[in-house]
Design a protein around this ligand. Structure first.
Ligand code: BMP
Length: 224
């Protein structure tokens, strides 16, 4: 499993720049959407709706098709964070997403357990993201740098903030949700400095996930 894990971590391509947010609630639907969209996405992000409905083995199933980012938004004390990350990595996750607000020691615990492959949430993309996370986003990004995380999550709904946060994180990876239904544009986010955009409903709720993913990948390609 250790060897498989290393291979998956190393092979998240930077080709389409699209990460599919697979917030569906059955394994059948998940595999249908990922199979349709797989040629137009570099990775799949899975979150609680799918993990709770399909069971944690869905991480392993999906990882046979694409690298899987486990978006568990981990936010606990260091020991509990470590235990959560170990379970996700054991099942084939290529990366995990954690919150930074529990503090540097908690984020570092995730980084150690994931072999570095951790994205730290900064300013969140929804309107409420401005209420608390916006004010501390630069500090959260600085924690990601300090502990050697792989990257950060930054809002496509506020592309100017991606540009600000890029100045803080240097060459760490920026993955950016909020494209499509939330109002952000793939091209704006990438031009502002995102490495990847994260797209969910615009793909999985469309009647044709393959075409929807292709269109976003084309927009991404034209922006870089
Ligand atoms: P959608 O494209 O359907 O809006 O999905 C966006 C995905 O990104 C969801 O899985 C959501 O949990 C996640 N996300 C987000 O929208 N904003 C953030 O600030 C952080 C996220 O992880």
């Amino acid at each position: 499993m250790q060897i498989v894990l290393l291979v998956m971590v190393c092979t998240m391509e930077k080709k389409t720049r699209v990460i599919l947010a697979l917030d569906v609630t059955s394994s059948e639907e998940a595999m249908r959407v990922v199979d349709a969209a797989k040629n137009y996405v570099d990775a799949v992000k899975t979150n609680w709706p799918l993990i709770l409905s399909a069971g944690p083995q869905i991480i392993t199933e999906l990882s046979s098709v694409k690298p899987v980012i486990c978006d568990l938004k981990i936010a606990d004390i260091p020991n509990t964070n470590r235990l959560i990350v170990e379970q996700a990595m054991k099942r084939g996750a290529s990366a995990v997403i954690c919150h930074g607000f529990p503090g540097e020691d908690s984020v570092k615990s995730c980084v150690d357990a994931a072999g570095g492959s951790v994205f730290v949430v900064t300013e969140m993309s929804h309107p409420g993201g401005k209420q608390f996370t916006a004010a501390v986003a630069d500090k959260l990004a600085a924690i990601a740098v300090a502990v050697g995380a792989r990257g950060i999550v930054a809002p496509a709904t506020r592309a100017d903030r991606i540009a600000d946060l890029r100045r803080t994180v240097g060459n760490l990876e920026i993955i950016s949700p909020g494209v499509g239904v939330q109002g952000g544009k793939a091209s704006d986010a990438l031009r502002a400095g995102a490495d990847y955009i994260i797209v969910g409903r615009t793909i999985y709720q469309s009647g044709n996930p393959r075409d929807a993913a292709r269109k976003i990948a084309e927009e991404a390609r034209s922006a870089i």
